[in-house]
Design a protein around this ligand. Structure first.
Ligand code: SF4
Ligand code: SF4
Length: 194
């Protein structure tokens, strides 16, 4: 009897593997057709960084370097400088004159955005950062700065929101979420959730 069972088994052995293939033929296809079809990321996905602006276009970065000190991969380089009344880039005393993020080093942990005291630095959902040049993967301030939205003016210029600092930081009646809602707004929401 055992001998008979064994012979049936050995008879089907060469085609047993096809059973797996046959079953798989009826399963839904899960291959992502990237880059032709881009699947949306999770809402809190950590993608490339954005340096945000106030509602009048001034930069939120104050050049404090806390993001660079928080970075475990030493991927951020910042050089601060003083604002003057003739040449103002941010509403405070200082601004980030040089700002670079090295995406060859960055591990997208998000510690830098947690360290930033002004929410100047946030992360977007953008993940297409591959390149064949090491130099091009060091993003500079002009690449990281959020685009100017309607009503914003390119710095340097004086503070335009309200008559004093308090009014300015309250947004001068304009929503404090001044950046692209797809990037800055999302991170504001994240903080509110946590
Ligand atoms: S996400 Fe992490 S590794 Fe990348 S720059 Fe920020 S702190 Fe550094
Ligand atoms: S991005 Fe934020 S933490 Fe980094 S230098 Fe600017 S203000 Fe400071």
């Amino acid at each position: 009897m055992a001998e008979g069972g064994g012979s049936i088994k050995s008879f089907f052995a060469p085609i047993a593997g096809f059973g797996v293939t046959f079953k798989t033929m009826f399963k839904p296809i899960v291959t992502e057709q990237y880059p032709e079809e881009k699947v949306p990321t999770a809402p809190r996905y950590h993608g490339r960084h954005v340096l945000n602006r106030h509602a009048d276009g001034l930069e939120k970065c104050i050049g404090c370097e806390l993001c660079a000190w928080a970075c475990p991969a030493d991927a951020i380089y910042v050089e601060g400088a003083d604002n003057t009344e003739e040449e103002r880039f941010s509403p405070g005393e200082r601004y980030g004159r040089v700002y670079q993020i090295n995406y060859l080093r960055c591990i997208f942990c998000g510690l830098c955005i947690e360290a930033c005291p002004t929410r100047a630095l946030t992360m977007s959902n953008e993940y297409e950062l591959a390149d064949d040049s090491r130099e091009d993967l060091i993003f500079t301030k002009d690449q990281l700065l959020a685009p100017l939205l309607p009503g914003m003016e390119s710095p340097p210029h004086p503070m335009r929101l309200g008559d004093d600092e308090k009014a300015y930081y309250l947004g001068g009646g304009i929503s404090p979420v001044a950046g692209d809602p797809n990037v800055e707004g999302r991170l504001h929401a994240d903080r509110a959730d946590s």
